[in-house]
Design a protein around this ligand. Structure first.
Ligand code: ZN
Length: 81
């Protein structure tokens, strides 16, 4: 079963910390193989470090989550040509 971007965001904090169980990590990584938006999200997450980590660790307001998903969708839908 493939993960969608919403699940990636939910698991990202554990993934970056290396706390994600192996099967979930593999599924997350296979999503990253075909989703440039999430790759960029992981990159920016790693760059922003602890600030963003704390933001994801706490219960994220639905509005903030929607903003992140909107960012990812815009990345995905931007023309490649
Ligand atoms: Zn994605």
């Amino acid at each position: 079963m493939a993960m969608d971007c919403q699940q990636i965001i939910d698991l990202l904090a554990d993934y970056i910390d290396g706390e994600l169980p192996g099967d979930q990590r593999r599924r997350l990584e296979s999503h990253l193989d075909c989703c440039d938006g999430c790759v960029e999200f992981v990159d920016s997450y790693r760059k922003t470090g602890v600030l963003c980590r704390n933001a994801l660790r706490v219960e994220m307001p639905q509005s903030l989550k929607s903003t992140l998903l909107e960012f990812l969708r815009n990345e995905l839908q931007s023309p490649q040509t």
